[in-house]
Design a protein around this ligand. Sequence first.
Ligand code: GDP
Ligand code: IMO
Ligand code: MG
Length: 423
Amino acid sequence: MGVDVLLGLQWGDEGKGKIVDFLAPGYNIVCRFQGGPNAGHTLKFGNIKHVLHQIPSGIFRDNIRNVIGNGVVFDPVIFKNEVEKLSEYNIDLKKKLYISKRAQLILPVHLLLDAAMEASKGKDKIGSTLRGIGPAYQDKVGRNGLRVGDILADDFEERFRRLTDRHLDLLAYLKFDADHKESEAAFFEAINFLREFQLTDTEHFINVAIGDGKRILAEGAQGSLLDIDFGSYPFVTSSSTMAAGACTGLGIAPSKIGEVFGIFKAYCTRVGSGPFPTELKDKTGEKLRKEGAEFGATTGRPRRCGWLDLPALKYAVTLNGVTQLFMMKTDVLNVFEEIKVCTHYKLNDGSMANTLTYESLNQDVEPVYLTFEGWGNLEVDKITTFELLPAQLTKYILFLESELKTPINIVSFGPDRSQTLMR
Ligand code: GDP
Ligand code: IMO
Ligand code: MG
């Protein structure tokens, strides 16, 4: 028994939060291993709808421990807000949540740097969530960062000052207006708040749990196409969003990874800049956005929409070693009479590619589509097994399974926990 990993295979927002919450009762521990408050993971059950940013999506379930791993960049101010928002649900977070002492801290100045860097890029901006993610990871690999465990040291404030002042010098040089006094006060208030939680060597906690036969689910943030190495660089996030990131982001050996669940929308979306071969800038794209309520859970920005991109999905399935696929937001396609899937890209030299390459990511490729007949409205209450799915939808699923050589074991029909069909 190992650690199962759940990953977004596209540009994020695939519905990871919903499925982690759905699967969580089958696990003892749910862990976040990378990213930070750039994530917005939406959970819905009964009349509760809640968006989580740093806290793992197992938090609403009883008897489950939740871990924020060392690979995460952690904003204490956003954490305090999240905890306050959860207060109405009577969740004992001080007992259920463990935060790695090795997780890097996002400082107020990282938010300013994020904004300054984006502003300086003009039309080439990445479209970052402006949560300070890039600058915090830069300080991590630059070996300057402050970590959660450091807040327990006597000289924390001094070290905070040194690092902050260095960055403020840079911001002054860039002539970026950096009024930070207020945000620093809020930061230190949040640091005091954080001291009351279980700050832990989570790598030991997790490995002991593995030894005890506990079931662990690692919850990815963002998606494979935003990965720092394999995504559409430079329009990516700053962490390893792939399966390998779960090992470095939690301190577990590759041999301890069990299932790799790959989650994708039945179509595609992207927020922020960067290549998107199947993007629809027309009425069909608008219809996808409207039906799918495609607006960012963290920033509220409208998401760019398009048809499913198989070459990109194949790439993500291969590089992550996906063992099971989960297809989300199937219901959004109900209103379409025809549904398209991109099977290949036509490159500038006329050649065809059926997976992502360096070249295909760096030119305007022409998507080649296969058209499927729509399935119309789904009577979700009556669909209790895969056998009861309409023939057109079954055809769509079988085609994707054969192309991706991986079974689709969950089909999701709506945002609620209950609107989930499992094989
Ligand atoms: P995450 O970042 O991967 O957790 O995904 P987000 O929460 O950012 O975005 C997914 C959005 O789709 C949320 O608003 C969910 O409530 C919603 N959602 C999830 N699954 C489904 C589904 O099967 N159908 C529909 N219509 N909405 C869904
Ligand atoms: P979840 O976990 C969708 C995108 C941003 C931007 C790029 C870099 O909810 O799926 P960053 O702030 O990380 O430096 O931004 O990555 N991005 C996301 N897009 N879902 C997310 O998270 C994202 N997190 C970052 O829009 O294009
Ligand atoms: Mg999201």
